[in-house]
Design a protein around this ligand. Sequence first.
Ligand code: FES
Length: 141
Amino acid sequence: MTDSTRRAVIFSAGGAGLAAVLSACSGGDSTATSEAAPADGQAAAGGGEIAKTSDIPVGGGKVFKDQDVVVTQPEAGTFKAFSATCTHKSCPVGSVANNEIICPCHGSRFSAKDGSVTNPPANKPLAEKKITVSGDSITLA
Ligand code: FES
C-alpha cells in the first residue's frame, strides 16, 4: 500500500506540486522555498499560473471553469485564452477539439485561434483573455 501510494504521488505530482506538498507537510521550514520564490512572492502562490504548457494539447485545449478560462494551443507553441462562458446562453464551454471550442448546451463552436463563432447558435465571439507563457508555465495576466 505504501509503495503504490508513493508511486502514485511521484507519478502524479510535478516537481512544483511535490515540493508544495512536502513543504506543506513540513510546516514552518521555509528555507527550501525561499530561493525558488519569485521576487514579489505572489505570482507562484497567488493562483497566477493556470496551467503548464504540457497540459494543453496542440489543436486542443483545456477548460478551467473556476477561472472562467479556456486555454488553447492552435499551433505548436502558440497559446491562446478565451472566456469559457458561451456567448449564446452563458453555459460554460465544455471541451476543445480540432481547434474548436465546443459548447455542450446547444452546439455552438468557436475558433480556438481567435474565439470567433464557427458554428451557431452563438453569434458573438468568445472574449479573448490575456495570458503570459514563461518557460513551461501559463499565467493569467
Ligand atoms: S449556451 Fe452555448 S450553445 Fe447555447
